[in-house]
Design a protein around this ligand. Structure first.
Ligand code: FES
Length: 102
């Protein structure tokens, strides 16, 4: 059963930034979109780049650093191929901590 796991301090993910965290065997990309925290699977569905570490966040879109695929981080959809979708994870902020449900 999924449960919330501590992922990062809020100060480690300022607005407009993305970061990869490893929780157990899962690699998860976290994004701060204007103070709202979103989480998706970290691996780009094209050739496997890390979206959190190698992508760049533009509003609610993360652009893969390898070949430019774009994903809406609020729902995981690839904007260039809507049949492709990243898994998304629920997040919460508690004090200065970011938690992810995995
Ligand atoms: S690996 Fe992400 S666009 Fe190619």
């Amino acid at each position: 059963m999924a449960e919330f796991v501590h992922a990062l301090k809020l100060t480690e993910l300022p607005p407009g930034s993305a970061k990869t965290v490893e929780i157990g065997a899962a690699k998860i990309a976290l994004y701060n979109v204007g103070g709202q925290i979103h989480a998706t699977a970290d691996t780009c569905l094209h050739r496997g780049a890390s979206l959190g570490d190698e992508g760049s966040l533009d509003g609610k879109l993360v652009v893969c650093g390898w070949h430019g695929w774009e994903y809406d981080v609020t729902n995981g959809e690839c904007t260039m191929n809507r049949s492709k979708k990243l898994a998304c994870f629920e997040t919460k902020i508690d004090g200065d901590a970011i938690w992810v449900k995995v």
